[in-house]
Design a protein around this ligand. Structure first.
Ligand code: AMP
Ligand code: MG
Length: 479
């Protein structure tokens, strides 16, 4: 059964053969959709009712109309070290053109072995795929650029990890799956012509306004850096820890990609690391902006031969773009923090005010999300924050600042309520939803997803921080 409302093109396969390999997804013995994204399906212009009865497509057993599955080649610096990688458990079905002419990669993740699987089995387990679904959707509704999730389907196969798990496939939707790691790969194993073709393809796909510019490759680096600066500032402002910022997990499109060991902070601590394998805290919350710059410098290095024939000149030009990344990141972060605090009139002292709040949040183990949200709540004087003398002092300074602005207090409150979410995917709520799903109850997850789709609306249930626990939340790579 094939429906013609898929509208696939395959521009990536016009790149040289070194970039990909044709790869059929593996057959699934008992396909079953466990969650389907109606809203996204409509955005894509797909026939939602028909699709919901095609589990075989979402489990990889049958190809949708017009699909030509491939696996993409890429490498990456993992925890700082170069490695050959590639889609080891994913196939790209094609680029679906939505009714508004936007182009989306449709990828099946967990659909079996590929030429890039190395020692992996090409499979994914149900719970990590549901976790990706939940957190990526939460990011979308928080206004943070992200890949999205169209469906999760069971395959009917067992996946052998520490114990036997249910196999599943996630249908991932992305502006593209081109990574900094794609550039690392082609620089290591391709020719200069391949590098040029990949860069031109990225410009065509993501930055078409650069096509006729002088030194378009330098401008490409600038645009990619701006997107990362803006993205990482949004992560910091939301308290999101990606967890595995290897260059293969940094998309050129500026979307958050690869929801493995990621999680949101509850109490504020800049050293927060959730990933069980990040022993040294390379990818800790506070390091994310720096790692963004590190990854971009790896992209810049690969682009040097295209930026200028004279290597010294190329390095100088590229370095300016990395400096620019920092400027752009700092501006984005500061503007975002001002919005979170209802500040309309910018003053140099704002930075101190922000830092003082963050410091006292850290010292007092305050919940990051709820502290910001409490500032704009009508009844905030009853908040337990006012039991903290340091907070009372800070609050007076903040109030003074807000009251001297020509705009009304209501104006600031409205602004704050649009920038400080009440609902984030709190780890204990995500775990609760996954545990229920493991036992066949998907209602808990549906309710959570519903709350996450309206993150700026108060919710007594989903806004509560977890009960204090001696056990710190740990995440594992999404295998
Ligand atoms: P990640 O940690 O998800 O960024 O994955 C790093 C690399 O490992 C990528 O090349 C993945 O495709 C590959 N990989 C992860 N899990 C598997 C698996 N179960 N089988 C094959 N390859 C995998
Ligand atoms: Mg990855």
């Amino acid at each position: 059964m094939q429906f013609k409302d898929w509208n696939f093109e395959h521009t990536y396969t016009k790149l040289p053969e070194i970039f990909f390999q044709n790869q059929m997804p593996a057959a699934a013995p008992a396909p079953q959709i466990v969650i389907f994204n109606q809203g996204l399906s409509q955005t894509l212009g797909l026939n939602t009712d028909k699709l919901k009865i095609t589990p075989q497509i979402f489990a990889g057993s049958e190809l949708p109309y017009g699909a030509k599955p491939i696996s993409q080649a890429y490498a990456g610096y993992q925890f700082g070290h170069f490695a050959m990688l590639g889609d080891g458990r994913a196939v790209l079905l094609g680029e679906h053109i939505a009714p508004d002419n936007r182009r989306f990669d449709i990828q099946l993740k967990g659909s079996g072995k590929t030429p890039y699987s190395r020692r992996g089995d090409g499979q994914a387990a149900l719970l990590p795929m549901l976790r990706e679904y939940i957190i990526s959707e939460a990011m979308f509704f928080l206004g943070i650029p992200t890949t999205r999730s169209l469906a999760v389907a069971l395959t009917g196969k067992d996946v052998i990890r520490e114990k036997v798990l249910q196999g599943a496939v996630l249908t991932r939707v992305a502006s593209s799956h081109i990574r900094v790691g794609t550039f690392n790969y082609i620089s290591a194993f391709g020719t200069l012509e391949d590098l040029c073709k990949l860069s031109d393809y990225c410009i065509w796909r993501h930055f078409p306004w650069l096509e006729n510019s002088d030194n378009k490759y330098l401008l490409f680096l600038r645009e990619a850096a701006h997107l990362q600066a803006s993205l990482i500032a949004k992560w910091q402002l939301a308290g999101f820890v990606h967890g595995v910022m290897n260059t293969d997990n940094m998309a050129i499109s500026g979307e958050t990609i690869d929801y493995g060991p990621c999680a949101f902070m509850d109490f504020y601590n800049p050293d927060t690391v959730f990933s069980s394998i990040d022993i040294e805290g390379r990818y800790a919350y506070k390091n994310q902006p720096l790692i963004g710059a590190w990854n971009l410098s790896k992209l810049a290095e690969e682009l040097l031969p295209l930026i200028d024939e004279n290597q010294n000149m190329a390095v100088e030009l590229a370095q300016k773009e990395i400096d620019n990344y920092w400027k752009c990141y700092n501006e984005n972060w500061l503007a975002g923090m001002r919005s979170k605090l209802g500040i309309v009139c910018d003053e140099p002292e704002d930075t101190r005010l922000i830092e003082e709040l963050l410091d006292l949040m850290e010292k007092n183990n305050l919940d990051y999300t709820n502290t910001f949200r409490a500032l704009s709540s009508a009844n905030n004087k009853t908040s337990s924050l006012f039991e903290i003398p340091e907070f009372i002092l800070w609050h007076k300074k903040w109030q003074f600042k807000i009251e001297k602005q020509p705009q009304s207090l209501d104006h600031s409150i409205e602004m704050m309520n649009k920038h400080n979410p009440a609902v984030i995917p709190r780890n204990y709520r995500v775990e609760e939803a996954l545990t229920a799903a493991e036992n066949g109850d998907f209602l808990v997850m549906d309710n959570l997803l519903h709350a996450l789709s309206k993150p700026f609306e108060e919710s007594e249930i989903y806004s509560s921080p977890p009960k204090p626990s001696s056990c710190r939340y740990k995440t594992f790579c999404g295998v």
